[in-house]
Design a binder for this molecule. Structure first.
Ligand SMILES: *Cc1c(COP(=O)(O)O)cnc(C)c1O
Length: 383
């Protein structure tokens, strides 16, 4: 019985995984083991010195005056909007194509989402579509530096100034990405980061942070995320509980030292893919605009043959991912907005063509060559 069942399931060897967190962490296992032991020894589990140290190093790394850590990147967005004073009937402009938190955080902060189309070539906010979306109720814009590629900040800042809107950068996929030689996260009124394990800087569980230069916003965000007060027993506003664990902070304190190295490794891997895939006629490789330093959270190609290519890769042991198969306006959770395909033509067109291929700091040339060769082989057959 068992043998028969096994035969029914062809045993596909996973040649190239989409990501390899085990390899990533095993390379620094000694350091991680030692800080985890230290956290247990001191038993500082919620906030405490590990969290203070992380907040200090992260704000220094990004180049802001404040870093407010919290439980995850989604909370970071909601908390920051609370700090920005978002209220009922306010409208916030969000790209049509992103991870779902960019939109759900607006609703959870008590405001309304207004989707704006994204570009065809690099998946970020299409700045030419923003002004059409502005109404007297618009209060802010959330540009997402999607896949690690900076959004067109100069244009977005121009529009925000013209209409007196705040900017909250969603940097969840863009740690150390640079726009005109300045880190993303330093352009808006505030910026949010995620340290979900698979992000460019990841904890071993959920974690997130808000960075800002605005003292009032920083204090409000701190209070809101810590039961409404800064000190034990203080409850000046109605808050939530969203804090970073000592354990996650201690792990991040180890990993943050490697972030620049890992970013370079991601960039080298992306260059290798681009050099080898650029000649293929049936795929469009990711486009990085001038003045942008991409940090390659994801390497996302576009092809009309997306579904058959991803299946072909899967059958040959190459894991891929679609980020994201349905753009936000077309999700069941936003069906109440009755969005039409024509309202977001670029996002709609991209959602059926995008495919992210394996990329992580430790990926080898051998692994990338497997991916490249399988893609080439597919297009030989499907010419
Ligand atoms: C991961 C992510 C978030 C949310 O972060 P979590 O830590 O998973 O809550 C928000 N926005 C974008 C673009 C993301 O990729």
């Amino acid at each position: 019985m068992e043998i028969q069942q096994r035969n029914l399931m062809p045993n596909i060897k996973k040649q190239v995984p989409f990501n390899n967190l085990a390899k990533h962490h095993n390379l620094i296992k000694k350091e991680l083991d030692s800080v985890i032991k230290d956290v247990i020894k001191n038993s500082l589990f919620i906030r405490g010195k590990y969290v203070d140290e992380f907040e200090m190093s992260f704000k220094e790394l990004i180049g802001t005056n404040y870093c407010i850590s919290c439980a995850n990147g989604t909370d970071a967005l909601t908390i920051a909007m609370n700090g920005l004073g978002v209220k009922k009937y306010d409208e916030v402009i969000v790209p049509a194509h992103s991870w779902v938190s960019t939109a759900s955080s607006v609703i959870n902060a008590g405001a309304n989402v207004v989707f704006c189309d994204t570009k065809l070539d690099n998946f970020n906010l299409d700045v030419s579509s923003i002004e059409n979306k502005i109404t007297p109720r618009t209060v802010g814009i959330i540009p997402v530096h999607l896949y690690g590629c900076p959004a067109d900040m100069d244009e977005i800042i121009k529009i925000a100034k013209k209409y007196n809107l705040w900017i909250l950068e969603d940097c969840a996929q863009a740690h150390l990405a640079r726009y005109k030689n300045k880190n993303v996260g330093t352009f808006g009124d505030a910026a949010c980061f995620s340290f979900y394990p698979g992000k460019n800087l990841g904890a071993m569980g959920d974690a997130g942070a808000i960075v800002t230069n605005d003292e009032e916003l920083a204090i409000k965000s701190m209070m809101y995320s810590r039961h409404g007060g800064l000190k034990k027993g203080d409850h000046n506003i109605i808050g939530i509980n969203s804090r970073m664990d000592g354990l996650q902070a201690a792990i991040l304190n180890v990993k943050i030292k490697y972030l620049e190295k890992w970013t370079k490794q991601r960039q080298n891997a992306a260059n290798f893919y681009s050099q080898n895939l650029t000649t293929l006629q049936n795929i469009i490789i990711p486009h990085t605009p001038q003045n942008c330093e991409h940090v390659w959270h994801l390497y996302t190609i576009k092809t009309e043959y997306r579904n058959s290519l991803s299946l072909y890769l899967k059958e040959r042991g190459v894991q891929t991912s679609i980020n994201y198969p349905i753009s936000l306006p077309f999700l069941p959770s936003y069906s109440y907005l009755s969005s039409k395909e024509n309202d977001f033509p670029n996002a709609f067109s991209n959602q059926s063509k995008i495919l992210s291929i394996p990329l992580y700091p430790e990926i080898t040339k051998g692994e990338m060559n497997i991916v490249i060769n399988v893609i080439k082989e597919f297009f030989e057959i499907h010419k």
